[in-house]
Design a protein around this ligand. Structure first.
Ligand SMILES: [Zn+2]
Ligand SMILES: [Zn+2]
Length: 117
C-alpha cells in the first residue's frame, strides 16, 4: 500500500512543529496521569462503589463507544440489562457485588488472584 501525504512547505514547518509538539506533549501527559491513576488508585472508594476494576474505571473516559440504546444480558444470571451506549457491562450489579468482580470486564475488583469463585 502506498500512503499519500501533503508536503510541509518550508515556511509552514515551524508552526507544524510547534503544533505537533503541543499535541504530543499533551498525549504523553495524559498517559502519565492515567498510569499514575492505575498505579495509585486515588479514587478507590468511588471506584469500588461503582463496582469497577482499576483498568475499567480509569480508562473509561478513553473508550470510544457508539451512542445507541443497547440491550444485553448479565453473563452470570441472564438478567436483561439496558445501556445508553454500546459500552456495556458484562455483569448485572447484584452479580458483580456478590462475587466482588468488575461489572464491566469480570476481573476481580482488587486484582486478587482467585483460586475459587
Ligand atoms: Zn447477574
Ligand atoms: Zn474491569
Amino acid at each position: 500500500m502506498k500512503q499519500t501525504r501533503t508536503l510541509i512547505s518550508p515556511e509552514k514547518r515551524l508552526i507544524e512543529v510547534q503544533f505537533q509538539t503541543h499535541l504530543s506533549r499533551q498525549a504523553a501527559e495524559r498517559a502519565c496521569a492515567l498510569a499514575e491513576n492505575l498505579n495509585l488508585d486515588p479514587e478507590h472508594d468511588k471506584r469500588t462503589g461503582e463496582q469497577l476494576c482499576r483498568t475499567c474505571y480509569y480508562m473509561r473516559r478513553h473508550v470510544l463507544a457508539g451512542q445507541a440504546i443497547t440491550d444485553t444480558v448479565c453473563r452470570f444470571c441472564d438478567e436483561e440489562m439496558q445501556f445508553n451506549s454500546t459500552y456495556t457491562d458484562a455483569l448485572c450489579l447484584p452479580c458483580a457485588k456478590k462475587y466482588r468482580l468488575c461489572k464491566h470486564c469480570v476481573a476481580d475488583i482488587e486484582f486478587r488472584v482467585r483460586k475459587k469463585m
